[in-house]
Design a protein around this ligand. Structure first.
Ligand code: SAH
Ligand code: SF4
Length: 361
């Protein structure tokens, strides 16, 4: 089926408020939401407290499974990478990251539960075309609908029996550029945070962008309350243009200006992602510039090891250079972490599971 032939909207495209205008009487919307987001049902017939006529009508009007799990890879650190197939046969990835394993006190009582973060995709492919990114290689294929974004989380929770009320963080750091599909991304964020649905508070959601400055401003105006992450990766425009051609349209200063005006949650900081590539941007000179660039911004820096894949000339940086870069910043008061390579053995960076699948075909 091609994308244009997909006529039925999926039920996950709608906020509860919207559903309550579509489904009568309105209280039924809350019940539907509960079946979807607390019980993870995959057919309307499982919604036992709805009258048969309504179940039939919903089945007729909406899709309930916009995605199918077509591949799954586990990693020794507990992370699981999923490949989802859309109705039209396209595929996208999402990853369940286990940030902290369950821990117990010496007397056997639970100290803390495992901490989950799910990394989700918002487009098939991407228009931005970053030189280091595998997703970029396939060009842009399609925008995901809000329902397709929402379903990644719902399916992963269902597949892992994760309780409806378990805390979980979401990062829009999979395939695609969230601000290039802002409407669907914003809608998915509202659906995630609904207290009658998955209740994933907006401060637990992070939108990562390559820096479409005008859209950062727009995102801020939507007042979703989400956290912002900027994929900076370079501190001068000439280098950034070679890594990220989008920098020609939105240069570094325009991003910094947009970030300064962005409404940041009191307890949060804007995250600046810095993908470190050996001999490209791993020198202390860059760290120095980064420090002055972020002056006056409530920020934190996340250094990411470049994850090599077949056919790329870029190299993974050395650990000593990562540490030196980090120390330069932390010693001068800037929060800086090095992203642990979660799920490295399962082809870590997004785009890489999909690529393996395509190669095998
Ligand atoms: N398009 C958005 C969100 C998706 S990319 C953005 O660019 O921010 C999520 C992160 O993965 C980005 O910071 C990106 O730079 C990083 N990434 C891309 N290719 C990578 C690779 N080969 N190794 C490690 N990280 C990579
Ligand atoms: Fe798109 Fe992000 Fe990849 Fe750049 S890094 S091509 S913006 S997905």
């Amino acid at each position: 089926m091609s994308r244009t032939e997909v006529k039925k909207p999926s039920i996950q495209d709608y906020t509860r408020e919207e559903l309550s205008t579509l489904i009568k009487p309105a209280f039924r919307a809350k019940q539907v939401y509960s079946w979807l987001y607390h019980k993870y049902v995959t057919s309307f017939n499982e919604m036992k407290n709805l009258p048969q006529a309504l179940k039939d009508e919903l089945t007729e009007t909406y899709r309930i499974e916009p995605l199918k799990i077509v591949r799954k890879e586990g990693s020794s650190d507990g992370s699981i990478k999923y490949l989802f197939e859309l109705q039209d046969g396209n595929t996208v990835e999402a990853v369940l990251l286990l940030m902290k394993k369950e821990q117990y006190h010496e007397d056997g009582t639970l100290k803390h539960q495992e901490k989950y973060t799910v990394c989700i995709s918002c487009q098939v492919g991407c228009k931005v075309g970053c030189a280091f990114c595998l997703t970029a290689k396939s060009g842009f294929i399609a925008n995901l609908t809000a329902g397709e974004i929402v379903e990644q989380i719902r399916m992963i929770k269902r597949d892992n029996n994760i309780d409806a009320n378990r805390r979980l963080n979401i990062v829009y750091m999979g395939m695609g550029e969230p601000l290039d599909n802002l409407e669907a991304v914003a809608q998915s964020s509202r659906i995630f945070s609904d207290p009658d649905g998955m209740a994933i508070a907006s401060h637990r959601q992070t939108i990562s962008t390559s820096g479409l400055s005008t859209k950062i401003t727009k995102l801020g105006q939507l007042e979703l309350g989400v956290n912002l992450a900027i994929s900076l990766h370079a501190v001068d425009d000439a280098l950034r243009e070679t890594l990220m051609p989008i920098n020609k349209a939105y240069n570094i200063q325009s991003i910094i200006d947009a970030v300064k005006a962005f409404p940041v949650n009191d307890r949060k900081r804007v995250m600046f992602e810095y993908l470190v590539i050996k001999d490209v941007n791993d020198d202390i000179g860059a760290a120095k510039k980064l420090l002055s660039l972020l002056d006056g911004i409530k920020s934190k820096v996340n250094l990411i090891y470049f994850n090599p894949y077949g056919g790329t000339a870029f190299k993974r940086p050395e650990e000593k250079d990562m540490i030196a870069f980090q120390e330069y910043l932390t010693k001068r008061g800037l929060h800086c972490t090095i992203r642990e390579s979660k799920g490295l053995d399962i082809s870590a960076a997004c785009g890489q599971l999909r690529d393996n699948e395509l190669e095998e075909k």
